[in-house]
Structures are given as structure tokens and as C-alpha cells.
Design a protein around this ligand. Structure first.
Ligand code: HEM
Length: 417
């Protein structure tokens, strides 16, 4: 993690010395660091064709293969077109039940914690929630213990990703046992979805795509399955974790919002959006320049790496007054936040924008609505450090306890549906 901790310092220094478009050398590569909205918008949206995904590293490919995150060119366009209909506002209705059931299951688990007074790890709880939601959306079934154990292989690989050898073969070898477990699980699920022939869940969409496109081999379906799972849970769990941490550090912000709340949904969304401003789970969005371009008056030559940094943009006082203050009201009031489309980028922007954005916001709101009004949660220890890994997380465990708050409909024994 140190490598990345110093990376955020290095990027901040570059910004302070050179401004919103800076040039540094990272890992031996000339790299442009973008930390102002106009140039970020140019890279991700207006001139997106000139800034492709950085494909040099094989590391994420070891886990997610040619899934949507790693795909480029015509293959990416096709893959995006196949999955996009699952992520429209309308399609989200299909996943409402899965999200609601997951949120209720979490509420019931917390009611158990409240009744017994036992300590739990906040990050683990939220990870469990996010994994359950995405697994239900992918397969149509809740996450059971056995599958959860198998999916822990994904977590283990994600945790070692940065330390893997650059050589693809050597990297695969280093995590072959976990990869084997994931591949076995994927194979079983794909066969199951084929046999069931139903049409719910992302996986059945992918299996059905194989009828139309020969490219949808079982290998590609496996890659998409792992991509959706891996992209879907850690980011969301991280965003929720920071929401709780920030609420705990800023009880006034919470009280004020709860008191002023007329629509619980918009309150929860304002909370998680503001948490993602201060701690955008994906804090760096890397690209590579195809041809020469000019960004903020600086020449970007073909082949250069370009890092858009939502973390720095979100904390720029020029765009965000009192930038370091947790102030969810920014997202709850008209005119409360900058209008520039490049000033707030937790989900990226442009053609490669997060396909799961609506889904992520919906599940986050469902979780906060299931928990915040009913429990008073106390994180007993918040680590001082921040781990700037693939996502930004508190650097250590988050032991917490919870008690029933207010009327707390969950106070009694949970009713079975
Ligand atoms: C709070 C939660 C989330 C955050 C902060 C987040 C953030 C992001 C960002 C910044 C990107 C763009 C990366 C780039 O441009 O290089 C992205 C892409 C992506 N996200 Fe998310 N994400 C979240 C939740 C999800 C969920 C729930 C899913 C799946 C259901 C998902 C699936 C994806 C996929 C497949 C891509 C690649 C899209 C493409 O390249 O076409 N994400 N995400």
C-alpha cells in the first residue's frame, strides 16, 4: 500500500507545482496527471477516442480476462451493447427485489448484533451486503456460504494484484489455485444458467448472447461474470464504508440531514454521493494517448500515460468550497455543487462510464435506508491511515457495535416473509 500512498502524495505535489495538468515520470513512463475538470472532461468524454484504456498491464486481465472493464475497440462496443439493457433505469426495476431482500437481510443481521451487543467489522458487513446484492443480480440467487467461500478467491486475487509479476504467465501461476476455484464456480454457474433457461440475472443475458454472437464463448462469459462481480462489490462496499465513517466523524451533519429529511431516499443518496466526493472508491482513472493532443496548454504526445484523478478534482477548493468538509447538503440542494461535468467523477464519464452507476446508487440507498433510521452504529476504532490500493479504503479493521434507535421496527424478532 505504501507504493500507492506515496503515489497520491506524488500526484498532489505534481498538481501543486505544475497545476491541473502536470507531467511526471511514473514507473519509467512519462505520465500526464489531470486534476482539473476541463481537461478531465476532454480526456474522458470530448476526445475519448484519443484516450484508450491503459492495456500495458496484464494484472487485472489475470482475474477479469477480456470482460467489459478490460475490453477495447469493437469487442468492447459489442460487450457494452449486450449488457447495457440490463442497466437502464427501467431494467433496474428487475433488480429491486434482489436489492431489497439483501438490504433486509443486512438489517436483520444488524438487529442480531444489536440484540447481542456483539462487535462486528463494519467493512466486512458492508462487503457481505454488496457481494450478496451483486451475486443475486448476476445469478438470481442469494449468496450462500459455500459460494461465498469460493468467491473469497476473487478477494484474495484482488488483494495481491499489485504484487503480481508483470509477466502474464507468471502472474497466472502465482494465483493458479484461486483462479482454478473461480473458473470451477463460473463453469458451474454458466451450465446452471443454460439449463434453467430463465431470463433473470446478468448471467442469463450473457448466456443468451452466445446464441447471437459466436464471440460469447464460455471463456468470455466467465470473464464478464468475474468482471461484474469484482467491479460491483468492492467499490460499493467502499463507498458505504466511508459513508458510515464520515457520519461517525460528523454527527452534526447526520443530525441536520435527518432532521431536514423529507424524502429518505434523497437523503441517503446525498450521503453516499458526498462520501464518494471525499473518497471516490476509484480514485485514479488511467488512459493512454493514441495521438498527440493538448491538455491545459501542455502537449501530450502519442503513447503517453494519462491519469485522471477524481480524488484531487473532488478536493479542489476552486470547485468545491470547504472542500475538506463532509457536507452532504451539497447534493441535496439545487446549485449546491459545481455544474461542470468534469468536477465530479466517482463513476468516471463518457463512453467508458461505470455501467453499474444506477445499480450502485440504488443498492447504497437501500442499505442506508434499511440501517440508518433503525440503528445507532458506533465504529469503535477508525484507522488513521488510508490504503490507496485499487480503491481507497481505511487502512485496517473497523470494529463496530450497534444499538436500536428510535422506534426501530427491527427491534423485535424478525418476521419471516
Ligand atoms: C459505488 C460503486 C461504484 C463505483 C464508485 C464505480 C466506479 C467506476 C468507474 C470510475 C468506472 C470507469 C473506469 C474507467 O473509465 O476507466 C467504472 C467502470 C465500470 N463499472 Fe463501476 N463502479 C461502481 C459500481 C459498479 C457496479 C455495482 C457494477 C456492476 C454491477 C460496476 C461495473 C462496472 C463495469 C463493468 C465497468 C466498465 C465499463 C466499461 O468500460 O464499459 N460498477 N466503475
Amino acid at each position: 500500500m505504501d507504493e500507492h500512498h506515496s503515489l497520491v502524495e506524488q500526484l498532489t505535489r505534481a498538481r501543486n507545482r505544475q497545476g491541473g495538468v502536470a507531467e511526471i515520470v511514473l514507473g519509467g513512463h512519462r505520465t500526464i496527471v489531470v486534476s482539473e475538470p476541463e481537461s478531465a472532461h476532454r480526456v474522458l468524454v470530448r476526445h475519448a477516442d484519443n484516450y484508450t484504456k491503459l492495456t500495458r498491464s496484464h494484472r487485472t486481465r489475470v482475474l477479469m480476462g477480456d470482460g467489459l472493464i478490460n475490453a477495447t475497440g469493437a469487442a468492447w462496443r459489442r460487450q457494452r451493447r449486450v449488457l447495457q439493457p440490463q442497466f437502464t433505469a427501467r431494467a433496474l426495476h428487475r433488480y429491486e427485489n434482489a436489492i431489497a431482500e439483501s438490504a433486509r437481510a443486512t438489517g436483520e443481521r444488524w438487529a442480531g448484533h444489536a440484540r447481542t451487543g456483539r462487535r462486528f467489522d463494519l467493512g466486512d458487513e458492508l462487503t457481505m451486503f454488496a457481494q450478496d446484492v451483486i451475486w443475486r443480480a448476476i445469478t438470481g440467487r442469494p449468496l450462500d456460504d459455500e459460494v461465498a467461500r469460493e468467491l473469497a478467491s476473487v478477494e484474495r486475487i484482488v488483494a495481491t494484484l499489485k504484487a503480481l509479476p508483470v509477466d502474464a504467465e507468471a502472474a497466472r501461476k502465482a494465483v493458479s489455485e484461486d483462479l482454478g476455484r473461480i473458473d470451477g464456480l463460473a463453469k458451474r454457474e454458466i451450465a446452471g444458467a443454460r439449463a434453467a433457461g430463465d431470463r433473470t440475472g446478468f448471467l442469463s443475458t450473457l448466456v443468451a448472447a452466445a446464441d447471437r454472437f459466436p464471440e460469447y464463448t464460455d471463456e468470455l462469459i466467465r470473464d464478464e461474470l468475474v468482471t461484474l462481480f469484482a467491479a460491483g462489490y468492492e467499490t460499493t462496499a467502499t463507498a458505504l464504508t466511508w459513508t458510515f465513517v464520515l457520519l461517525q466523524r460528523n454527527p452534526v451533519a447526520r443530525e441536520r440531514l435527518l432532521a431536514e429529511a423529507t424524502e429518505p431516499t434523497s437523503v441517503a443518496e446525498a450521503l453516499v454521493r458526498e462520501a464518494m466526493r471525499l473518497y471516490p472508491p476509484v480514485w485514479l482513472v488511467p488512459r493512454q494517448a493514441v495521438a498527440e493532443d493538448t491538455l491545459g496548454g501542455r502537449t501530450v504526445t502519442a503513447g503517453m500515460d494519462v491519469m485522471v484523478c477524481p480524488y484531487l478534482i473532488h478536493r479542489d477548493p476552486q470547485w468545491w468550497p470547504d472542500a475538506e468538509v463532509f457536507s452532504p447538503g451539497r447534493f441535496g440542494t439545487p446549485g449546491g455543487r459545481p455544474r461542470h461535468p468534469g468536477a465530479y467523477l466517482p463513476f468516471g464519464s463518457g463512453p467508458r462510464t461505470c455501467i453499474g452507476m444506477r445499480f450502485a446508487l440504488r443498492e447504497s440507498v437501500a442499505l442506508l435506508d434499511a440501517v440508518l433510521p433503525h440503528f445507532r452504529t458506533n465504529v469503535e476504532h477508525i484507522p488513521a491511515g488510508i490504503a490507496h490500493g485499487l480503491t481507497i479504503r481505511p487502512d485496517g479493521p473497523l470494529p463496530a457495535t450497534t444499538t436500536f434507535a428510535g422506534e426501530g421496527y427491527l427491534r423485535g424478532k424478525p418476521k419471516m416473509a
